[in-house]
Ligand binder design. Structure first.
Ligand SMILES: NC(=O)C1=CN([C@@H]2O[C@H](COP(=O)(O)OP(=O)(O)OC[C@H]3O[C@@H](n4cnc5c(N)ncnc54)[C@H](O)[C@@H]3O)[C@@H](O)[C@H]2O)C=CC1
Ligand SMILES: O=C(O)[C@@H]1CCC=N1
Length: 545
C-alpha cells in the first residue's frame, strides 16, 4: 500500500488526511508532520495517523505531500531535501508556487506534481487539479490521482492554469460560503428564522449545483427556467445586475489569481532575503540604518509592499530618494527629484558624494545615484550596484531586446534608460528588471484639479508617462497597487512601477482600475499617469505588476 506523508497538517493537510481516512485509507499508511507538538497529538488522537518529524516522514513515505503555507515551503524543503530519494513523488498543495520552485530545491529528477484541491475533500466532494512538473510523467500523475480521487473529482491541466484554478476552485468554496452568509442575512431581513433560512439556502445551492451537474444544461437556460415573465426572479436579477455582481465576481477571481502569482514572487523574495541576511530567523536588517561614515548619512530603508520590496535611500534632509526594487522579477520605477530648498529654489545635485556612491546628472536634470551600497561590515548589506542610469546600462537584463522610448518632458529628455548592456551578475538584487526613471512634472495647483477639499492632495503628472506607454512591449501586468512608503525627511513625489512578466494585458492598454485624482491628463486611457504628491516624509508609490 502507498504511504503518504502530509508535511504541514494544517487546515488543508488535515482535511486531506481526514478525507483519506473517511475514504477507507488505513491510518497506518498516513503520516502527518506538524510544528506544534500539541497539534500533532490532537491529529493523532482524532485520526490515528502517525505524526513524525520531516526526516522520518520523508523516509517512510512514497508520496510526500507538501501542505505548508507557501512562505514556509522553502524552509521546509531545506530540511526535506536531504531525505528525498528516487522513487518518491513530491506533491505540492501550495497555492502559487510553481513546480520549479520545488524542483530547484530537491535532488535532481525527483518528480513533482502540483495539486490544487479544496476543502470539500473532507466530504469526498473536492475537485483537485493536477499538473506535472518537468520531471514528472503520466505515471506520476497517476500516482497523485490515486491520492486525490478518494477525495472527489480530479482533473489534469497544464501548470500554467494553476493560478486560475486556485482562484476558481481552490478558493471557490469561500465564495459560496460568502453567498450563503449573504443570503442568510437577507433571509433574516425578510423575517425568516435563521435555522430555516439556512436549510432553504443550503438545499437550494445543493439542488442548483446538482441540476447543473446532472442535466448538463447551460446555466443561462437553467436560470431562464426559474425566471418568469414579470415575476419575482427577474426583479432580483435586475438588482444583481445593477450592483454589477457579475463584474465583482470577475474582479474577485482575478484578484485571487493575481495573489497566487504574487505569492510565488514573495516566496522567492523571502528566500533571497534569508540568504542575504544569512539565516532564517531575522528580518532584513536594513530598515532605517545609517551608513557609518557616510557624509551624507544616507539612510537605507526597506519596506515590503505588495509584490516585493522597495529600497529607499535618502539623505537626512530628504533631498534625494531612490527607490530600488529588491526582487528578482519585477520592477520598478523610481522618481529621483531634488527637494526644493528652504528658500524654494530647487536643487539638482548633491554634494558631497558619499563613498561608493556617485551622484550624476546633467545640470537641471534630476540627480542620479549610482554606486555600490553596503560595502562596510556595519552597513546594510544591500549588495549590488544601484545602476548606472547615465550610461543606460543595466545588469543582467532579460529583456534587453526591447528598447524603451525616451521620455520627454517638454523638450527635455528625461533620465531614462534607452538601451541595455549585459554586465556580470553582481548579486540577486541586480536581477531586477530595468529601472524606469521619470521626472514628475511641476505640481499642479489645486485649482487645476477642481478639488475644493483642502485635505485632498492634487495629483502630480508624470509628463509623457501614459500608462499605455509604460515600457510597452515589456510591461505585462497592470494590476495596480498603491503604497505610501514612509521615508525619513523626504518631500519628494515618487512613482514606482512594478513590472511583472506574466500578463499581457498591459500590451492591450487595459486601464488601471484605480487612479489618484487625475485632472491633469487627457481623457481615457491615454492620460498621463498621475501620482500623488508626497509631502513631509512620505513617498507615493504606484505599483503596477
Ligand atoms: N485552506 C485551503 O482551502 C487550501 C489551502 N491550500 C494550500 O495549502 C497550504 C496550507 O494552507 P492551510 O492548510 O490553509 O494553512 P495552515 O496554516 O492551516 O497549514 C499549514 C500548516 O503547516 C504547518 N507547518 C509549517 N511549517 C512546517 C514545517 N516545517 N513542518 C511541519 N509543519 C509545518 C503549520 O504549523 C500549519 O499547521 C497552503 O500552501 C495553501 O496555499 C491549497 C488549497 C486549499
Ligand atoms: O487562500 C488561500 O491562499 C488558499 C489557497 C486556495 C484556498 N486557500
Amino acid at each position: 500500500m502507498t504511504t503518504v506523508a502530509v508535511l504541514g497538517a494544517g487546515k488543508i493537510g488535515q482535511t486531506v488526511l481526514a478525507g483519506l481516512c473517511r475514504a477507507g485509507w488505513s491510518p497506518d499508511d498516513l503520516i502527518a508532520t506538524v510544528r506544534r507538538r500539541e497539534h500533532g497529538e490532537a491529529i493523532h488522537a482524532e485520526l490515528g495517523v502517525r505524526v513524525l518529524d520531516t526526516a522520518a516522514a520523508a523516509q517512510a513515505a512514497d508520496i510526500i505531500a507538501v501542505a505548508v503555507k507557501p512562505q514556509d515551503a522553502a524552509t521546509l524543503l531545506e530540511s526535506l531535501s536531504p531525505h528525498v530519494k528516487d522513487g518518491q513523488l513530491v506533491v505540492s498543495l501550495c497555492a502559487g508556487l510553481p513546480t520549479a520552485f520545488f524542483e530547484k530545491r530537491l535532488p535532481d529528477s525527483i518528480p513533482v506534481v502540483r495539486a490544487m484541491t479544496n476543502t470539500p475533500a473532507l466530504v469526498a466532494e473536492a475537485i483537485t487539479v493536477l499538473s506535472a512538473g518537468s520531471h514528472a510523467g503520466q505515471r506520476d500523475l497517476d500516482v497523485a490521482e490515486e491520492l486525490f480521487r478518494p477525495l472527489g473529482k480530479t482533473l489534469r491541466l497544464a501548470e500554467h492554469h494553476q493560478d486560475a484554478v486556485t482562484a476558481l476552485s481552490g478558493s471557490g468554496p469561500a465564495y459560496f460560503y460568502y453567498l450563503v452568509e449573504s443570503m442568510t442575512d437577507a433571509a433574516i431581513l425578510l423575517g425568516l428564522p435563521r435555522a430555516d433560512a439556512h436549510e432553504l439556502i443550503v438545499q437550494t445551492i445543493v439542488g442548483a449545483a446538482a441540476m447543473r451537474r446532472d442535466t448538463g444544461d447551460h446555466p443561462v437556460s437553467l436560470r431562464e427556467t426559474v425566471t418568469s415573465p414579470a415575476g419575482t426572479t427577474i426583479n432580483a436579477v435586475r438588482e444583481l445586475e445593477r450592483h454589477r455582481v457579475r463584474s465583482a465576481i470577475a474582479d474577485a477571481v482575478e484578484a485571487a489569481r493575481d495573489r497566487g502569482r504574487q505569492i510565488a514572487e514573495d516566496a522567492d523574495l523571502a528566500v533571497e532575503n534569508r540568504r542575504r541576511r544569512g539565516g532564517p530567523d531575522h528580518e532584513p536588517a536594513v530598515d532605517g540604518q545609517r551608513h557609518a561614515g557616510d557624509p551624507l548619512g544616507l539612510r537605507c530603508r526597506q519596506k515590503r509592499h505588495g509584490g516585493g520590496h522597495v529600497l529607499g535611500l535618502t539623505d537626512p534632509t530628504g533631498r534625494i530618494q531612490v527607490l530600488q526594487p529588491l526582487q528578482l522579477r519585477g520592477l520598478l520605477g523610481t522618481v529621483v527629484r531634488p527637494h526644493p530648498s528652504a528658500d524654494g529654489a530647487g536643487r539638482d545635485h548633491v554634494e558631497p558624494h558619499p563613498p561608493g556612491l556617485r551622484v550624476a546628472g546633467a545640470p537641471g536634470a534630476p540627480p542620479i545615484l549610482d554606486g555600490q551600497v553596503g560595502a562596510g561590515a556595519d552597513q546594510p548589506r544591500l549588495g549590488g550596484r544601484i545602476r548606472d542610469l547615465t550610461h543606460g546600462a543595466h545588469p543582467v537584463d532579460r529583456r534587453d531586446r526591447h528598447h524603451r522610448p525616451a521620455i520627454r518632458r517638454g523638450q527635455q529628455p528625461l533620465q531614462t534608460r534607452t538601451d541595455t548592456t549585459h554586465r556580470a551578475h553582481q548579486g540577486r538584487i541586480n536581477d531586477a528588471l530595468p529601472l524606469v526613471v521619470v521626472q514628475i512634472g511641476e505640481r499642479q495647483s489645486a485649482g487645476d484639479t477642481d478639488v475644493v477639499d483642502q485635505h485632498v492632495q492634487p495629483p502630480e503628472r508624470v509628463d509623457g508617462r501614459r500608462h499605455r506607454g509604460l515600457d510597452r512591449g515589456t510591461v505585462p501586468d497592470v494590476t495596480r497597487h498603491r503604497q505610501t512608503v514612509q521615508l525619513p525627511g523626504g518631500a519628494l513625489g515618487g512613482l514606482g512601477v512594478d513590472i511583472g512578466d506574466h500578463d499581457p494585458r498591459a500590451l492591450s492598454g487595459q486601464p488601471f482600475r484605480a487612479r489618484v485624482t487625475d485632472a491633469v491628463g487627457g481623457a481615457g486611457e491615454e492620460r498621463d499617469l498621475a501620482v500623488k504628491p508626497s509631502h513631509g516624509d512620505s513617498l507615493s508609490v504606484v505599483e503596477s505588476r
